[in-house]
Design a protein around this ligand. Structure first.
Ligand code: ZN
Ligand code: ZN
Length: 110
């Protein structure tokens, strides 16, 4: 493995660990207020990017609010759907979105 790849892998692991740690607090927030507007997909399943819980299924089309949500994988810049929504996010969700995006940028997913 090249030095650069190794560094990126280490960095990705750090970000993953930070996400997992924040998800503990995120779970409490979601339980209280409902799931966030940020999501990531994993094998066709949609997960809340604040708590990590599965909230939908792309294959079964169980994803009613897709046009009102911010995908962490979205790279359209500026994006018509995401940009106005990002402005409304609370600091916690913004932080989670940033973490997921940096992970994706490294070429890794959660
Ligand atoms: Zn949630
Ligand atoms: Zn977008």
């Amino acid at each position: 493995m090249m030095k650069k790849e190794q560094d990126e892998l280490i960095q990705a692991e750090k970000i993953r660990a930070e996400i997992k740690e924040l998800e503990i607090k995120g779970k409490k927030l979601c339980k209280k207020n409902g799931h966030s507007k940020i999501f990531y997909s994993f094998w066709g399943y949609i997960h809340c990017a604040r708590c990590g819980e599965q909230i939908g299924d792309k294959l079964g089309s169980i994803f009613p609010e897709a046009d009102k949500m911010i995908g962490v994988e979205c790279n359209d810049s500026p994006c018509e759907i995401c940009d106005p929504l990002i402005k409304k996010l609370n600091p916690f969700d913004k932080k989670m979105l940033e973490l997921h995006k940096s992970l994706n940028k490294l070429g890794y997913a959660i």
